[in-house]
Write a new protein. Structure first.
Ligand SMILES: [Zn+2]
Length: 155
């Protein structure tokens, strides 16, 4: 039997742009609108367990209760954990390489029971501690994005 010759085929993807839009949902839109228009945070409170979610969501995970009570939340909070990013990569939010180093943290805003992930403007690990108090700093030009928050700063 003759050996069958197998060729390897190489495909080239080329370059392609695929713009798309999606909805942030009713509560996501309210959250982003408050950031954009008023520089305010809003969460949603569970009527059964009292947990406040930021950003707001429709259902409480532990209780399976529908969440309907939007509540104001502070622009200040506590740093729960953080890292200083020193390895550059493309920021999926902008499509551009983000300058390194930068601080990235989980922040629990006062009045919230969940954490929000965002940038922190401190990159010296000796100056940043878990439990530190932080405050949101907003962009001058806001578009209705989580990036309307420029970063959180230590206070
Ligand atoms: Zn609940």
């Amino acid at each position: 039997m003759a050996e069958e010759k197998k060729d390897l085929i190489t495909l080239e993807s080329g370059e392609m742009a695929q713009p798309f839009n999606w909805t942030a949902g009713v509560y996501g839109s309210k959250f982003l609108t408050e950031l954009r228009d008023n520089k305010k945070f809003v969460g949603v409170k569970c009527p059964k367990c009292g947990k406040v979610y930021v950003p707001p969501r429709r259902v409480c995970g532990p209780c399976f209760e529908e969440l309907t009570e939007l509540v104001p939340v502070s622009d200040e909070g506590e740093l729960i954990t953080f890292t200083v990013v020193s390895f550059g990569f493309v920021d999926p939010a902008t499509g551009a390489q983000k300058a390194v180093p930068y601080g990235y943290a989980a922040i629990m805003l006062d009045g919230s029971d969940t954490v929000l992930l965002h940038y922190v403007n401190e990159t010296d690990p000796a100056k940043i501690k878990i439990g530190a108090r932080v405050k949101a700093v907003f962009e001058e030009q806001r578009t209705g994005s989580l990036l309307d928050i420029k970063h959180f700063e230590l206070i």
